[in-house]
Design a binder for this molecule. Structure first.
Ligand SMILES: Cc1cc2nc3c(=O)[nH]c(=O)nc-3n(C[C@H](O)[C@H](O)[C@H](O)COP(=O)(O)OP(=O)(O)OC[C@H]3O[C@@H](n4cnc5c(N)ncnc54)[C@H](O)[C@@H]3O)c2cc1C
Length: 487
């Protein structure tokens, strides 16, 4: 029996905020990437939503969040998030974050589903890398945090039904660390798709580990698709590059191959409709033509100041957004469901907390409102860190047994699984196809022993249990503008 640190798994926005807020409690922070920016948070372009404008209020922000979530949100959680948002901005500023502003106040952008200009950003569209870059610097300097990078947590140790230790591998070496509590901040499963805006490290590894340890999932099948990913995969990796929604906020429009501006028919807000409605419109255009077009060449904007990341990304892919339309398509972007937890991050397993994209507190409903995820990661991370800092650290028992994530898929198997995820769990779902997919991964074949296949099976089962067109996806037979229709 000995005193043990708090173990935070994941160093994106959620893990960093939790670890920083947990001071002075000793924290062991474990992350996979070899450097601080190696996480999905660092890729964020748009920014962080908060009702800080003079024409705005947390109530309006809550209304927009509930509308985007197709009424499936937990209203109390939404009111807590939007009400806490201005305080989160102040807290981040107290850590040295400098949101873009002019002499009058914050520069606020409009994104789809928001009824006000509400999105705070940094360096124009470099929000994620600036936020993570700064917070990782704060974490590295903090005396209560020990941060190990390049490590994979692949097992949890239990004693008396409570998680008491983690096992992690770093450069072929295996370590076990006793911990007073485990915070899972392991991010998304969206990187498991073929068409994704995520790095392939967003593979749901931490989610699978928690499910194996007996944690309950909630709405695992709610995956959000982004409507405007550049239709050109990078040479560096298989990720599709995001074209931020803020570009549509600045006036960019969507057209199909015939030049038709299809979003005007699908929603009164046109290109600024909630993300799921735009994704359906683009997906329909893709089914007809292969891809759709995003036109920004008419905008009178300062590309280098407002959208440096989009400009650089497009030029690297060989298209100039100042002169030509961008070929775009739908890509998996955000895991709306995840580990069921309350607002303090408690999961159904003792000693295990969840925060950030891996967590599902019900705040996003069936569809996350744009730029609410960095907000949630920071707000929930701060709350969880502060709550854990107040608990008296005590001795923890030795682990009695270990729960392992399981054997990984081989390279060929992974390629096959990515095809399957894309085919069966895209924005348009078909129950008989999903059942066929489930048989392929679940019935004793070569894939069934691999953890990635087991996670896919869990998501497919969750989809089959809820065959309802709601928010992020719809079932075959429903028109793109229909919502909340049972398929
Ligand atoms: C291209 C892109 C643009 C986006 N733009 C915006 C935006 O403008 N606004 C917004 O609000 N949201 C945006 N999002 C979503 C947002 O970035 C994420 O929802 C949020 O950052 C998730 O943060 P996180 O800390 O939960 O996860 P991540 O940032 O993904 O971090 C996960 C961490 O877990 C670690 N990890 C995972 N598994 C293990 C393991 N087994 N062992 C050890 N470590 C592990 C990883 O190494 C990483 O450090 C965007 C997402 C993408 C992909």
């Amino acid at each position: 029996m000995k005193d043990a640190p708090l173990c935070v798994i994941g160093a994106g926005m959620a893990g960093l905020c939790t670890a920083i807020a947990a001071a002075p409690r000793p924290v062991l922070l474990l992350s996979r990437g070899d450097h601080a920016l190696d996480c999905a948070s660092a890729l964020a372009q748009g920014g962080l939503a908060a009702a800080v404008g003079c024409d705005d209020s947390p109530d309006l922000h809550a209304t927009d969040t509930l509308t985007a979530g197709a009424g499936d949100n937990d209203r109390k959680a939404v009111e807590w998030l939007t009400g806490s948002a201005p305080g989160t901005v102040t807290w981040l500023e107290s850590l040295g974050i400098d949101f873009d502003h002019d002499q009058v106040g914050y520069l606020l952008a409009r994104e789809g589903g928001h009824s006000r200009d509400r999105v705070l950003h940094l360096g124009g569209d470099a929000s994620g890398s600036r936020l993570v870059g700064h917070l990782s610097h704060v974490a590295q300097k903090a005396s209560h945090i020990v941060w190990k990078q390049g490590c994979d947590v692949d097992a949890l140790g239990l004693a008396q039904d409570r998680v008491v230790s983690v096992r992690w591998r770093q450069r072929q070496k295996c370590h076990a660390t006793a911990c007073s509590a485990v915070v899972l901040a392991g991010g998304s499963v969206a990187g498991a798709f073929l068409d994704t805006t995520h790095p392939c490290s967003s593979d749901g590894a931490a989610l699978m580990l928690a499910l194996k340890a007996g944690a309950s999932g909630r709405d695992l099948h709610y995956i959000q698709f982004h409507p405007t990913a550049l239709f050109a995969q990078s040479a560096a990796d298989s990720r599709m590059r995001l074209i931020t929604e803020a570009l549509r906020g600045a006036g960019a429009v969507l057209r199909d191959h015939r030049g038709h501006r299809f979003m005007l028919e699908l929603h009164r807000d046109g290109e600024l409709a909630p993300r799921d409605v735009c994704a359906r419109g683009v997906w329909q255009a893709q089914l007809r033509d292969g891809w759709a077009w995003l036109h920004a060449e008419h905008l009178k904007i300062d590309w280098n100041r407002q959208f440096p990341t989009v400009l650089r990304t497009c030029l690297e892919a060989g298209v100039d957004p100042r002169k030509q339309a961008l070929p775009i398509g739908v890509a998996a972007h955000y895991q709306v469901g995840g580990l069921a937890c309350d607002l303090d991050g408690h999961t159904s397993v003792q000693g295990v907390f969840a925060v950030g994209e891996i967590a599902s507190s019900g705040v996003h409903g069936a569809n996350r409102l744009a730029s609410n995820s960095l907000l949630e990661a920071a707000t929930a991370g701060r709350r969880l860190g502060q709550m854990l800092s107040g608990l008296t650290p005590g001795p923890v028992p030795e682990a009695e047994h270990w729960v392992e994530r399981g054997a990984p898929a081989s390279g060929d198997q992974l390629a096959c699984l990515r095809q399957m995820v894309q085919q069966y769990l895209g924005p348009l779902r078909d129950a008989s196809e999903i059942r066929r997919g489930l048989q392929l991964v679940d019935e004793g074949g070569p894939l069934s022993g691999r953890w990635q296949a087991q996670l896919l099976a869990a998501i497919m089962r969750s989809a089959l249990a809820d065959p309802c067109s709601r928010g992020v996806h719809w079932w075959r037979g429903c028109t793109p503008s229909q919502q909340s229709v049972t398929a």
